[in-house]
Structure formats: structure tokens, C-alpha cells
Write a protein that binds this ligand. Structure first.
Ligand SMILES: O=C(O)[C@H](O)[C@@H](O)[C@H](O)[C@H](O)COP(=O)(O)O
Length: 316
């Protein structure tokens, strides 16, 4: 018995065995669909990796890439991006909340949280069934919850404090533990919640299958706390692991592993700023098989959607 902390409340856990292998990256194939609106049309040529089409002035361009690379939305402004992200998240929440007792949402740290700001405004604040939400972190910095670098504190300040979510539905790390201990504890928490069917389990991988992961991406192509070239990218058994040498401070973090991320029903990458344009281009067009960036290893069982601003999409 261990515990992962749910805000002020504690959530109790049981352990069950972990298993399975790293899911292979879904290969690039030549099938793709283009979604066009009145203003924009972009298509990825799967052979050359080039985007072709037109872009004109509008708030959004929608693009479909091969399935493994997801659907790409490009916005003229971060405000437009935030509005679309709110609608996407609320629609998913409404659909899944009607089918199940829980809607499991995983957050990253960083700028993603601010981009979520419009879901705590009308009409969503009143229409979303927040009591169904279960909130987790794809990665967390191993610092106290009131530390300025805590992902929990950021999410609480910008988002969780503004919604009527039961405290016991917010699953934070146990910040009294070491990085190893906190990762073990969080994994045990997830196993308990899978066993009690709060979190789905992927039938194909055996890993937990979250309804939605909302994630940012670093300029180096890192996602969660999975950094380029780091051995943690190879982890194929544990659900939650830790690092003590993160190139992005602070150095000690816990992180979901790739098999857990890839078992998701839905992943949204929210990426803004020209500083990330090169990594975005590699993620969406580079089919080279060596030296893949962490973001290129993401190929969820379900749907992958990108929310990009013009800067992040500037090299497509
Ligand atoms: O704890 C973290 O550091 C994050 O979870 C990390 O993976 C973040 O999402 C990216 O670094 C993007 O962060 P920005 O959007 O702030 O660049």
C-alpha cells in the first residue's frame, strides 16, 4: 500500500504487475487525408515530406498528415489556439463523460497550461461535467507542491483552482519522496486506478489508456520528461519512471514512459513560438529512421492532434 497525493486528500493504491514492450513507431505510410476550409489547404506529400497547398489569412488552417503524425491545426494567434483547444477538450469531455464515469486527463507543465485558459471561461466552465474529470501529470518536477517550479502549482494556479473539480480527483506526486520513490508511488497509484477501472487499460499494450493527454513540446523535441538521447526513451516496462539529469531544470523529475503515452486514446500537442519550428517540422515531415526526437516516437493508439501557432508552424 502506498499513496499518491490527491491535492489535500490522499489516494490509496495497490500494486499489480507491469509488463509489455515498447510500442513500435507506426511507420509513415502514404495514406493521408486533407481537410480543407474556405481559407486554407495544406497537404503533406508523404514521399517528399513537403507540405503543399495554400495558406491565406484566417484564424486557422487544418491539415491531415499520415495517421501516425496526426491532424495539424495552425492558428494565427495564441488566442485563437486557446479557443480551439478549449472547444476540442470540452467536446471530448462531453462525449466521454456521457459514456463513462470518469474522464481521465493528463497534463504536462510549461506553456500548455496557459493555453488551456479558455476552458475555464464561458460557455465551457458551466457546460463541462468537471466532476467526471480525473487529472494526472505526464511529468512532474520533484519539488514541493508550493515550489515555483512545480507543475502541479502551475496547473492549480492557472486552471484547477478555477474549476469545481473534487480535490480527490486530482492526482499529484508525493513530494515527500525521492525521485525514485515518487515515480514508484505514482505508478502504484495508476495501477490501483486501472484495477478499479477509473483509468482504462489498453487491450493491445496492457498499459493504462488515458482519455486525453494535453502536452507541450520543448524546442529540442522533448515531451514530458523524455529528452533526446536519454536512456529513459528505451524504457518499456515501467509506467512511470524518473530522471535526475534533466537538461531542462530542475534536474529531478518523474515521467510517464513512452508506452503509456502511446497507449492514449487522444493526445493533443500544443506548441507555440518560432523557437520550436524546427522540431515541429521534424516531427511532422522528417521520416529519417535514426536519431528520432522524443516527439517523433509518439504514435498513440488513438488520435493525435497538433495545435500550433504561426511561429511553431513557420517551417512547415
Ligand atoms: O515539466 C515540464 O517541463 C514539461 O512537462 C515539459 O515537457 C514541457 O511541456 C515542455 O518543456 C514544453 O514547455 P514549454 O511549452 O513551456 O516550452
Amino acid at each position: 500500500m502506498a499513496s499518491c497525493r490527491a491535492l489535500s486528500a490522499n489516494v490509496r493504491l495497490l500494486a499489480i504487475s507491469s509488463f509489455t514492450r515498447l510500442l513500435p513507431r507506426v511507420p509513415l505510410n502514404s495514406r493521408f487525408v486533407a481537410v480543407e476550409n474556405a481559407f486554407n489547404s495544406l497537404r503533406l506529400n508523404p514521399n517528399s515530406g513537403e507540405f503543399r497547398g495554400t495558406r491565406t489569412k484566417s484564424s486557422m488552417a487544418e491539415t491531415m498528415t499520415p495517421k501516425s503524425r496526426g491532424k495539424v491545426n495552425v492558428f494565427d494567434s495564441e488566442d485563437d489556439l486557446s479557443a480551439s483547444l478549449a472547444k476540442y477538450t470540452a467536446d471530448l469531455s462531453n462525449r466521454i463523460s456521457q459514456e463513462r464515469d470518469s474522464f481521465t486527463v493528463v497534463l504536462s507543465g510549461g506553456s500548455l497550461v496557459k493555453s488551456l485558459r479558455k476552458i475555464v471561461e464561458q460557455p465551457y466552465i458551466d457546460s463541462v461535467d468537471w466532476s467526471k474529470w480525473r487529472v494526472f501529470w505526464v511529468d512532474e518536477r520533484v519539488v514541493p507542491k508550493d515550489h515555483p517550479e512545480s507543475n502541479y502549482l502551475l496547473a492549480f494556479t492557472e486552471f484547477l483552482s478555477k474549476i469545481p473539480i473534487p480535490a480527490g480527483n486530482v492526482y499529484t506526486i508525493n513530494d515527500a519522496l525521492s525521485a525514485e520513490g515518487a515515480a514508484d508511488d505514482y505508478e502504484t497509484c495508476l495501477k490501483h486506478l486501472v484495477k478499479s477501472k477509473v483509468i482504462d487499460r489498453s487491450e493491445s499494450s496492457g498499459f493504462p489508456k488515458f482519455d486525453l493527454m494535453l502536452m507541450g513540446m520543448g524546442p529540442d523535441g522533448h515531451i514530458a520528461s523524455l529528452f533526446p538521447g536519454h536512456p529513459l526513451l528505451q524504457e518499456d516496462e515501467t509506467w512511470v519512471s524518473f530522471i535526475k539529469d534533466s537538461p531542462k531544470p530542475p534536474p529531478e523529475r518523474i515521467s510517464f514512459t513512452l508506452p503509456v503515452i502511446n497507449s492514449s486514446a487522444n493526445i493533443a500537442f500544443v506548441v507555440t513560438g518560432a523557437g520550436k519550428a524546427t522540431a515541429v517540422r521534424r516531427a511532422l515531415t522528417d521520416s529519417a529512421d535514426s536519431d528520432l526526437l522524443p516527439v517523433q516516437l509518439v504514435a498513440p493508439e488513438g488520435e493525435l492532434v497538433w495545435f500550433l501557432d504561426k511561429g511553431a508552424a513557420s517551417k512547415l
